[in-house]
Ligand binder design. Structure first.
Ligand code: PLP
Length: 406
């Protein structure tokens, strides 16, 4: 039995407290709820290095998480995702310092959505919830369906109709009921809300329930652990709903309160695609909230999020960290994907490639020092996304001109 320090939920806008012992969605103010813990007490009782030495990937941080009972933990072989240095890519991008890719594609169902949904499903299970629903661009639904099936729960996934087939089929094969909707992710989200009364499902949309962010915050803790309880100079994060960026920022604060790290912080850089950059537009205008982005268009599906409910939290983390938000073009994303795959043998997903493109751009225009230690988040397996045809036909019966193979 692990110690548990979860005390209550708090509205991210008003600070109002909410009961943790029942299922919760948004606050009365319509804003995300954040989990709060008694870290004063935890500080004297738990040992950072003892916890770090455990197995189990993100589940090892139990004292920093809301889940109380082992029976609610849904495990599918989670692991600490590797930090991979990419020296040739760094050089090609004009960086002179260390550049790391934190490769989240190694998690169950091939993306970091496993972290958030693992926690959300565990907490729903603890409340006896049997049916979950969410809008998804692909990876979230994959993680939801897998963990729900694992725990004997039902899942309903609503995806924009142009979501890659591989993701839709993965969800369906893992037991979800999957629907292709003629609209964007927030239209899918509206359907989840509208069907709630009749279908009796729990809405597990990004930040509309409080525990996905707790799962995502483990990226920040794991990163600190892997860097010897220090943090890099800059973190480039492909930002859709922003759960990971907000979660890591929360984790840094919590770790400081536990005296696991000091007060130093990396610059948090929210990266979006030019075809869907509501956060960047709000950043450039100096606004605290982001307007909906119309006609969103990028094949980096994970960051095709026209309207994020945690927009103000993303912008706040960028600002408070001395970071910023920036967008990159589809061509820059593709070029970065080729560079990293061919220079360093690491296949990024388009969203991950966007962070590499952003780093190159930020160094070129002086926003980030060339010798800064940078961490790029590759949030999903590159294998789930389209790649151009690469093979040429070869007739084994004919005479082969070996020179032409070069
Ligand atoms: C969901 C997703 C993102 C965006 O993550 P958020 O934390 O919701 O901003 C980025 N990349 C991939 C591959 C994703 O699946």
């Amino acid at each position: 039995m692990y110690r548990n320090y979860f005390t209550h939920l708090e509205c991210s806008a008003t600070g109002t407290h909410y009961d943790k012992d029942q299922p919760q969605n948004l606050s009365e103010a319509g804003k995300p709820l954040l989990a709060r813990y008694d870290f004063e007490r935890a500080k004297g009782e738990i040992d950072r290095d003892e916890i770090a030495a455990r197995e189990g990937g993100f589940w090892k941080w139990r004292e920093l998480l809301p889940v109380r009972d082992d029976k609610d933990v849904c495990a599918l072989g989670e692991l600490d995702t590797p930090m991979i240095d990419v020296p040739a890519t760094a050089r090609a991008s004009g960086a002179t310092g260390k550049v790391w890719v934190k490769d989240e594609g190694r998690l169950p169902t091939g993306s970091f959505k496993a972290r958030g949904l693992g926690l959300a499903v565990a907490m729903a299970h603890s409340f006896g919830i049997k049916r979950m629903a969410m809008p998804t661009n692909g990876n979230a639904g994959a993680a939801l369906s897998a963990y729900c099936s694992r725990m004997g729960m039902e899942s309903y996934c609503f995806a924009p109709e142009d979501t890659p087939e591989v993701n839709l089929r993965e969800m369906a094969r893992q037991g979800a009921k999957v629907f292709k909707v003629n609209g964007y992710i927030h239209h899918c989200g509206a359907l989840v809300g509208a069907g709630k009364a009749e279908m009796g499902w729990f809405d597990v949309s990004t930040l509309k329930e409080p525990y996905r962010i707790e799962g995502k915050k483990t990226m920040g803790v794991e990163l600190a652990m892997q860097m010897g309880w220090t943090l890099p100079d800059a973190i480039f994060y492909p930002t859709g709903g922003g759960t990971g960026l907000i979660g890591m920022w929360k984790a840094f604060d919590e770790m400081e309160r536990l005296s696991w790290i000091g007060s130093e912080r990396p610059k948090m850089i929210a990266v979006q695609a030019e075809g869907c950059a509501p956060i960047v537009r709000a950043w450039d205008k100096g606004e605290t909230h982001a307007e909906e982005w119309l006609e969103a268009d990028t094949h980096a599906m994970g960051i095709r999020v026209p309207k994020a409910i945690g927009d103000f939290l993303i912008l706040e983390a960028c600002r408070d960290s001395g970071g910023f938000a920036m967008s990159v073009s589809e061509d820059e994303i593709q070029a970065a994907r080729v560079t990293c795959a061919q220079e360093d043998g690491l296949l990024l997903c388009p969203e991950g490639a966007a962070t590499l493109a952003a780093m190159e751009k930020a160094m070129a225009n002086g926003q980030i020092e060339r010798d800064a230690e940078c961490v790029l988040f590759n949030c999903g397996s590159g294998l789930k996304y389209d790649m151009p045809e690469g093979a040429k036909p070869l007739d084994r019966h004919g005479e082969i001109d070996w020179g032409s193979l070069k």
